[in-house]
Design a protein around this ligand. Structure first.
Ligand code: PAF
Length: 283
């Protein structure tokens, strides 16, 4: 496995592997099985796999969150080598944001203002800028993103459509612990008690889908249940894809099962023990 820190070093990938498909997986490190599942998925497509590890300051509103973000580079490199990653790119902030590179403009409609965008203003602007630069440096044919960050996937799909139309996007299903809790770098910050309670988030998503014919009452019941369990719920909503528009209360009651309808998702963000967790289920 090669480790590069300079964007110019990445040029050798294309030169040395002219016929092989390049797969790219951007990360901020603190890797867990969810990230490694993206690497494994790229290998099933017989790609040359490039993973970046870069904690992007531009996507953090609060400098304290940026400082607190776990940095585990040695362990990450070991894990990536173990799963057979070909190249790891670990640039510095100066390398990613040289003064001569201009920001990209992508029309996201209101996608970056809702849900994660509303609670973390400027977050998706930062994500778009860094992913744009990474795509330009790595020049991948295929990119892999985890569906746990569903809104981020939708934003990246817009970036691809508008700026990199030849890149193929692969969304990979969320990896879950046996309890149902979505894997996340933040889970290590949960207390023992929090770990026992946290799977309730995923159960709520499934309950809402199960009871979708009475959508608004199902959402209210699950919001109340999570609050009783000690969650501070930021949002719990059923939306249609790809623009995350709210689904009306009577939507599922008025359609016959299995008739064609837009893809929908239930999204949740809630803090437990001061740890902010997000999850979603597409259906
Ligand atoms: O999902 C993440 O880890 C980050 O938002 C990403 C895509 C690596 C951009 O910094």
């Amino acid at each position: 496995m090669k480790v590069f820190t300079l964007a110019s070093e990445l040029k050798s990938i294309q030169q040395e592997n002219p016929t092989q498909k390049i797969a790219f997986i951007p990360t901020m490190g603190a890797l867990h099985q969810g990230h490694l599942s993206l690497v494994r998925a790229s290998q099933q497509e017989d790609c040359l796999t490039v993973v970046s590890i870069f904690v992007n300051p531009l996507q953090f509103k609060n400098p304290l969150d940026l400082d607190k973000y776990p940095r585990t580079l040695d362990a990450d490199l070991q894990e990536l080598a173990n799963v057979g990653t070909d190249i790891v790119f670990t640039p510095t902030v100066e390398e990613m944001y040289p003064p001569q590179v201009e920001n990209v403009v992508v029309d996201l409609g209101s996608l970056d203002e809702k849900f994660e965008g509303a609670f973390r203003p400027g977050h998706f602007h930062g994500v778009v800028q860094v992913v744009y630069r990474l795509f330009k440096y790595v020049q991948p044919q295929v990119v892999y993103f985890g569906e746990k960050d569903l809104q981020q996937c939708l934003v990246i799909e817009q970036l691809i459509q508008q700026v990199f139309p030849t890149i193929q996007m692969r969304r990979i299903a969320t990896m879950r612990e046996s309890s149902g809790l979505a894997m996340s770098s933040r889970n290590v910050r949960l207390s023992d008690e929090g770990r026992k309670t946290a799977p309730a988030l995923y159960q709520s998503l499934l309950q809402i889908i199960e009871n979708r014919k009475s959508l608004c009452s199902a959402v209210a019941t699950e919001t109340e249940r999570l609050t009783q369990l000690g969650f501070d719920v930021e949002y719990l909503s059923c939306v249609s894809l790809p623009y995350l528009d709210d689904v009306p209360c009577d939507f599922f009651a008025s359609i016959i099962d299995d008739s064609p309808r837009p893809k929908c998702a239930v999204l949740v963000a809630a803090s437990l023990d001061g740890v902010r967790l997000i999850d979603n289920q597409v259906f």
